[in-house]
Design a protein around this ligand. Structure first.
Ligand code: ADE
Length: 251
């Protein structure tokens, strides 16, 4: 059954983005301002930037810097917490999780490619007990956007999420079983929370490193982060421009 929410124009969007380096260009592009009256509990590092772009109320949520170590609060725990808190506070029509990812060249990924993830699952929650195995993997389809895909010419692939930048042999088995082209550290956590709270979610991921290549991942990631972020921001802007004025049913 089609709901009223699905029929009306999308108005509030939450963009969850783990790294400041990925967020800054979008904050500038959409002319967002940092929240002066924070929605989140006192003391947490989570930051909301917000503003009106076209007809959309855009909220970019960055989990901020770790309070002890001062680095970006990447990975699944922070991603699920900020997604939960943002949905509770802002009641968005749509969540967009964007950021960088590793990609498999054997599956056609190249540095700088931007993808929309069709499916998202975990690869490091191994529970070899019937039914818990499927719970651990937590595979879910992302919100389907056939018109957006037709209009924007972005690649489409499956995304697998874990809490490590490297890939253990055990992870690889699960990533292969997930059919993933892309590997990140937040997507499946965001989709879990979005699913729990019945908010549609889409995933825009750009490839910074080739997992099945010969370069050390951390080095390749750092080398490509700035350049790939430019491609990512261009794609996110295209997606936001496409969404503007449309209902969920029209995506
Ligand atoms: N983000 C960028 N590259 C990644 C990789 N190889 N694994 C997980 N997350 C990433």
């Amino acid at each position: 059954m089609v709901t009223e929410t699905e029929k009306r124009a999308i108005s509030t969007i939450v963009i969850v983005i783990a790294m400041q380096e990925e967020a800054i260009p979008l904050i500038k592009k959409f002319n967002l301002s940092q929240d002066t009256n924070p929605l989140f509990p006192k003391g947490v590092p989570w930051v909301r930037y917000h503003g009106i772009y076209r007809d959309l109320n855009i909220n970019l949520i960055w989990p901020g810097k770790d309070l002890n170590l001062g680095v970006n609060s990447v990975c699944t725990v922070s991603a699920s917490l900020v997604t939960y808190a943002s949905i509770q506070a802002l009641k968005p029509d749509l969540i967009i999780n964007t950021g960088t990812s590793g990609g498999f060249k054997a599956k056609g990924a190249c540095i700088g490619d931007v993808y929309i993830a069709s499916d998202v699952a975990f690869h490091d929650r191994r529970i070899p007990i019937p039914v818990y195995d499927a719970y651990g993997v937590g595979a879910r389809r992302s919100f389907s956007t056939p018109n957006l895909l037709k209009a924007l010419n972005l690649k489409v692939a499956k995304l697998s999420t874990g809490d490590s930048l490297d890939m253990s042999p055990e992870d690889e088995v699960f990533i292969t079983a997930n059919g993933a082209t892309l590997k990140d550290m937040e997507g499946a956590a965001v989709t879990y929370v979005a699913y729990l709270l019945s908010v549609p979610a889409i995933f825009i991921k750009a490839v910074t490193d080739i997992i099945d290549g010969d370069k050390p991942t951390a080095e390749e990631f750092r080398q490509n982060l700035a350049a790939v972020t430019v491609a990512l921001d261009a794609a996110v802007t295209q997606v936001i421009d496409f969404i503007s004025g449309k209902s969920m049913l029209e995506l």
